[in-house]
Design a protein around this ligand. Sequence first.
Ligand code: AMP
Length: 592
Amino acid sequence: MTTFSDVGLSPELLQAVADLGYTEPTPIQAQTIPQLLFSDQDVIALAQTGTGKTAAFGLPALQTTDPKNTETQTLVLCPTRELCIQIVRDMEMYAKHLKRINILAVYGGTNIETQIRALKKGAQIVVGTPGRTLDLIKRKKLKLGAVRRVVLDEADEMLSMGFQEDLDSILSHVPGERQTLLFSATMSDRVLSIAKKYMEDPLRFSVARVNAGADNVSHGYYMVNAKDRYELLKRLADVHPGIYGIVFCRTRKDTKEVAAKLMQDGYNADAIHGDLSQSQRDDVMGKFRGRQLQILVATDVAARGLDVNDLTHVINYNLPDDPEVYVHRSGRTGRAGKSGASLSIIHSREQRKIRDIERSSGIKFKQLVAPSGSEICQTQLLSLIDKVKAVEVDEKQIKPFLPEIYKKLEGLDRETLIKHFVSAEFNRFLAYYRNARDLNISGKKSRKEREERGGRNASKFKRVFVSVGKRDGLNPARLIGLVNELFRSDEFSIGKIEVLKNFSFIELEKDVADLFVNGVSHLEFEGVPVNVEYAEELHGSGKRSSKQNARKKRFTGGYGGRRSRSDRGGSGHRKGKGRASSRKGRKNKNKD
Ligand code: AMP
């Protein structure tokens, strides 16, 4: 086993790591520390947050700092304010037994004058975000002439946040005779290109498989209809009563909506997104760190650099398009040796994204079954019982009330009392989940299965006439697409489909058919207004009604050949703006 003395740390630093309870170096520390202490070769380390990378570069940076020289000797660049603060906090703990070493964080969003004053006093180690660092260099307040080591922390994040140009400018101010260290969770081409540009014959370390997620994180996904995402999120929160996690959404709008709904439904949740001011953001983050909030709903951008250990869950309310982003998200749980779960909520068409992530990162996903109502009730009940057992009883406080309480409960035996007490706490919960639906869908197969089921039970369908056909570019798949899109779902059965030259028939579940025929105010296919109506008199016959025959005549015979757009659909029909094309049309017709 390698120890901290084996890697060459000074007694002051050995004492500091012992104070922190670190017993042995993590793999990245065992590889990086001796290299930085005894060589000036450049280093690329593929390491995620949670691997101990801050100490891996922080400890040797402190040990090699000359305390008599107040000039800046090490420059650490990282993507966000939160990460800057975190790095400085960690390094100050490591420097606890060292004298005359100043470590300073410089980042945007706060008063630059304060940072300038601190720089004037001298800071041997400066940890900065690229924007503010460059600003201070340009104002000639941060001088880099004595810098011997540059650390690019979370290099991939800095690049994806668009800091490439700032990095170029900053590095042009640092003497060429420097050691450059690059830490990154992923090794994309962009990261490799900065390595090529700024580093000389770098030594490479890796503590994770290339582009792999942390090993102590389990990856699972639930497949539900898009409309059930929120319901599933709630169930996940309910089935993990001790959850402490981040829910990632794709947009600010989703983030706000999901957080608002969670709060309304009584969860300890809040959101961080780009519309918050720095102080609002600090406030939410403070509450989350202090565990007053259990669930933080965030966009990827807002969550950058957000460094919170001990997260039990990362939930992907939407999967990101970029597999690298998934690796970053899931790397926020399972830190410091703890296990964590990264759960994704997907609908059937997103299975491809899961496969993409598996291919590019080596992560393996498990498909999970959305928790049922009874599963959730059981977990919640047992957690309630655990809480009751663990609660601290303040004898003195409750003593005066007890005689009255005992009197009221007289005649209730232990079992009855337990039942009453559990019901009082739990009835609302039980009622909510009593008839909870099964949210799981099984992907592409399910539509086929549903259709097969539908075929065996055709009477549950209503046959609907649709006024567009092959001539309009329609085919069965596009007709299904038209219906799915209209209802934003593919969770209902579709029976027989016939796409003929000028019009089509589709069998839909009764409710869906009713909505399709009566509830749609305006329907178009490729810019052509579409009429739909029941084909009930012809159910199963494949023939057209006289009304529909008449329509065919008007559409084709009357105008000879292919119709012009304006002649087609509802507008060419005697019924005017017909049933499916506009509610208003229906009203007008009734007035007539
Ligand atoms: P980092 O990857 O730098 O964000 O570190 C993740 C966490 O691991 C931090 O909370 C550190 O305090 C902790 N840590 C770093 N090095 C060690 C170590 N050698 N032993 C135990 N914990 C460590």
